[in-house]
Ligand binder design. Structure first.
Ligand code: DHK
Length: 142
């Protein structure tokens, strides 16, 4: 049976492609999902793709992943910098977590330099645009 990887996206990423394209690019989240689904098939993986603007909904999806997923790829978006709840939920997950940021958070405002998730993540990809999601998926190949 192939491994299922949960791909979780935080607030405002539903507006990808329309939102500050000079920072986040022109691709939509649906484009990212389609590219990931294709790549997952090539790698023999399954993905469950999810986006929410609500912190609690992301926490609950991580709880669901505890039973169903072999890994989590997460772009917590603004919750990266604020959410102990998402960190605590990830700490209940017993498989690898890869953190993705489309932009390089370290070249942006100081408040974006700290991530609550990074200390829990096996790997972090930032600043590669949406390619970062595909790189994260490669981590789970094999
Ligand atoms: C996305 C966001 O929405 C921001 O709040 C983060 C992240 C950066 C990204 O680069 O994907 O600070």
């Amino acid at each position: 049976m192939s491994k299922t990887i949960y791909v979780l996206n935080g607030p405002n990423l539903n507006l990808l492609g329309k939102r500050q394209p000079e920072i986040y690019g022109l691709e939509t989240l649906a484009d990212v999902e389609a590219r990931m689904a294709k790549k997952a098939q090539e790698l023999g993986l399954e993905i469950e793709f999810f986006q929410s603007n609500y912190e609690g909904a992301i926490v609950e999806k991580i709880h669901e992943a505890r039973e169903k997923a072999a890994g989590i790829i997460i772009n917590p978006a603004a919750y990266t910098h604020t959410s102990v709840a998402i960190l605590d939920a990830l700490n209940t997950f017993e498989h690898p977590v890869i953190e993705v940021h489309i932009s390089n958070i370290h070249t942006r405002e100081a408040f974006r330099h700290h991530s609550f998730v990074s200390g829990r993540a096996e790997g972090i990809v930032a600043g590669f645009g949406t390619l970062g999601y595909l790189v994260a998926l490669e981590y789970f190949a094999g």
